[in-house]
Design a protein around this ligand. Structure first.
Ligand SMILES: [Zn+2]
Length: 711
């Protein structure tokens, strides 16, 4: 009977799965030249760009702690989201009306792209316009306000992007159309879509649209009869960095880098550029690439107890055995003994000699008699069942990496500059708070080495290192990164498992850990802000308390110890965003952390345009104006993130990159996501362009320091 219960669940999943994926979604015309079908096997994990049925579906996903890789955005009036999910989860979503648009990345892509990279290396603002309720009547037209109208050209294609706000904020049916005219007289139009966040109307917008030439005029019209003024679209970002000097050295990245690789890169840079580099050991060692050792005692498909070690597997607990035995005599009590690395549970028997202990009794007995060595939990679904004679089974931490030291890890920062004494304005660049974002340490290390190598050959770089004190943390979360490279490539969080009870079941292994960029103290989950979770299995788990994790404490310690740091960049992937505070709001009324002053907002935006311009210099990648702005406006609310901490607590101008911009596919006329671990060529391109952005940030810091009144 128990067996049938399990089979029923498994079978229905499979049926649902194949039924959904073998037929086109309703309303999808079968293409003449069929694209490869979007299939993910039930147990595989992938990043999938999904068109959701409606806002309610998105809200449900967010409320249940879904692993959103990207900010949901609107296409054709529908919501697109990049989700990290299993085939089963995708099938469930599809059954509820969602449509898979693109497999951004499969689980196997990470290790393949890593291996290929190594092989190849060896061979060579929303303004909140609101109309009072009831103002709009059938005879009133609405008023349209163009908030943004920008154009740019990249790799020969010109794009136009616009945001328009209507005063009819409460009418979900208002349709807004943008009409454009180019310098050559070509005209065209495209629809905008309503964008709401946290239940509040923000504006109408569309993804960047291809246009045949430089647009010189734009007007918006609404289905209520509103017409905007004619606007001349502005060139974006309209900032050009200084030309790259002849002989400028770059391209120091030839493969993906694991934390072990990063350690040796740091060592090499310190040796090679002794006069310009300090290595700072950050004060809080991480847990290390370690986990407790666990096993199912019994069969989880029938009845089982999860036995977990208190200490880590590498601390003598891997290989410890656990078993239940039948004492073979009547009227015996339940006993627990531990000898020679074997935990033996002798089951209780009745007068007839039959074993009578339940799963709950066995778990309780282990916890009572061996609390210093073991933690036992009844497997989810096995409560109250007869405990079988089982084992011996071997406890194991399940970690696959063989070349990772299993000990607490010292996170390191590089400090670069001629004067590393606090007398110069400081810039902090830090990356890989999120383990799976493999391209991000490539960005910060390329940046560091560019500064060092060119300091000897390029007077302008030398001058920057005279004037600025640079701090770089290439990998904030090395334990999670080691896990991402060796065990589960979509790991986002660190390796500290705060789960208790059934959540410690080894089947949840890839969902444990704390989201470092939700573990800070400003605007945190613990303060009631949106975008983090108390569920230890959620991708956005905030931890047991603010700053519960060594990784987040390290970032803060470095910034606090060096009060000359005035600028910071938190490097993430992917999606192509450039953001700054506020990064969080409260759910009720969408009240954000305080907005920066007008002057500071101007500094944020003007600097961002300079940095976006520098990024574009490398291979023409233009970060969209709609994705440049405060985190809470352009991405999502991220309660307890580090940039907010640095800005509000320490007065640092703190930005975030999401490197890895969508690529325009002229064949399909669609923007396509690149994923966390793209083929190395793409990751390499990201490292080169965003390192250029960080160099421009150093110039921004230099210019800021020069402009400060003396004394
Ligand atoms: Zn991230």
């Amino acid at each position: 009977m128990i067996v049938r219960r399990r089979w029923t669940a498994a079978a229905s999943t499979v049926i649902l799965f194949s039924a959904v994926l073998s037929h086109p979604a309703p309303g999808t015309a079968a293409p003449a030249d069929p694209a490869p079908p979007i299939t993910v096997s039930a147990t595989e994990t992938a990043v999938v760009r999904v068109q959701l049925r409606d806002q309610a579906q998105l809200d449900r996903l967010v409320a249940t702690g879904a692993d959103l890789a990207n900010r949901p955005r609107t296409r054709d009036g529908r919501i697109l989201a990049d989700l990290v999910l299993s085939g089963t989860q995708l099938a469930d979503l599809t059954a509820q009306g969602a449509t898979a648009i693109q497999i951004v990345q499969r689980a196997g892509d990470g290790s393949r792209n890593y291996a290929e990279s190594v092989r190849a290396a060896q061979a060579r603002t929303a303004t909140g316009l609101r109309a009072p309720a009831g103002q709009r009547t059938a005879t009133n037209t609405d008023t349209l306000h163009v908030q943004q109208a920008y154009w740019w050209t990249t790799t020969g294609q010109t794009f136009l992007q616009a945001q328009v706000a209507t005063t009819a904020t409460d009418d979900p049916d208002v349709e807004i159309t943008v009409n454009w005219r180019t310098a050559d007289g070509a005209t065209g139009s495209f629809p905008l879509y309503r964008f709401e966040d946290s239940g509040e109307y923000q504006y109408h917008y569309a993804l960047p649209q291809p246009v045949p030439g430089r647009p010189v005029q734009l007007t918006a019209t609404s289905s209520l009869g509103g017409v905007s003024r004619a606007i001349t679209p502005t060139l974006w970002p309209n900032a050009t960095p200084p030309p790259v000097p002849v002989g400028y050295q770059k391209d120091f990245i030839d493969a993906y880098l694991t934390p072990v690789d990063i350690q040796s890169r740091i060592k090499r840079l310190a040796r090679q550029y002794r006069d310009l580099v300090d290595v700072i050991d950050l004060p809080n060692k991480t847990q290390g690439y370690r986990r407790t050792a666990a096993a199912y005692l019994g069969d989880p498909a029938v009845a089982a107890v999860v036995v977990d070690s208190v200490r880590f597997g590498d601390q003598g607990m891997n290989g410890v055995q656990v078993r239940t035995v039948d004492p073979g005599r009547p009227n015996r009590p339940l006993t627990v003994g531990y000898r020679d690395r074997v935990l033996t549970v002798s089951l209780a028997t009745d007068t007839g000699g039959k074993t009578v202990s339940t799963t709950d009794e066995v778990a309780a007995a282990i916890n009572a008699r061996q609390p210093d060595r073991f933690r036992a939990t009844v497997e989810d679904g096995s409560t109250g069942l007869p405990m079988p004679v089982a084992g011996p089974v071997r406890l194991d931490d399940g970690l696959q990496g063989t070349e990772v030291p299993a000990r607490p890890w010292t996170v390191q920062a590089l400090r670069l500059g001629v004067h590393r004494d606090g007398s110069r304005v400081g810039v902090l660049a830090y990356s890989q708070e999120h383990a799976r974002e493999w391209a991000t340490p490539l960005v910060t290390l390329e940046f560091a080495e560019r500064m060092l190598a060119n300091a000897r050959t390029d007077p302008a770089t030398r001058e920057l290192l005279e004037q600025v004190d640079i701090f770089v943390i290439p990998t904030v979360n090395p334990d999670g990164a080691n896990y991402s490279f060796n065990d589960f490539n979509f790991q986002r969080k660190n390796l500290v498992n705060h789960c208790t009870g059934p959540a410690r079941d080894p089947k949840n292994r890839t969902s444990w850990g704390v989201d470092i960029n939700r573990n800070y103290t400003v605007g945190s989950y613990f303060d009631g802000y949106v975008g983090a979770s108390a569920n230890c299995l959620s991708g956005n788990y905030a931890g047991t308390a603010e700053l519960s994790e060594a990784e987040s404490r390290n970032v803060i310690a470095l910034a606090q110890d060096h009060p000359n740091i005035k600028f910071a960049m938190n490097v993430h992937s992917y999606g192509g965003y450039f953001m700054w505070p506020p990064g969080a709001y409260r759910a009720d009324g969408r009240v954000t952390l305080p907005r920066p002053s007008i002057d500071e907002s101007t500094l944020f935006l003007d600097s961002a345009r300079r940095i976006v311009g520098a990024i574009a210099q490398e291979r023409g990648t233009v970060t969209w104006p709609s994705q440049t702005g405060p985190v809470a406006d352009v991405l999502y609310s991220a309660a307890g993130n580090s940039a907010d901490q640095l800005y509000y607590e320490l007065g640092i101008f703190a930005w975030d990159f999401e490197v890895g911009n969508d690529r325009w596919n002229p064949a399909t006329g669609q923007w396509e996501g690149v994923g966390f671990q793209p083929p190395f060529d793409e990751a390499h391109g990201e490292s080169q362009e965003y390192a250029g952005g960080l160099v421009e940030l150093v110039r921004v810091a230099r210019d800021y320091a020069v402009a400060q009144p003396a004394g």
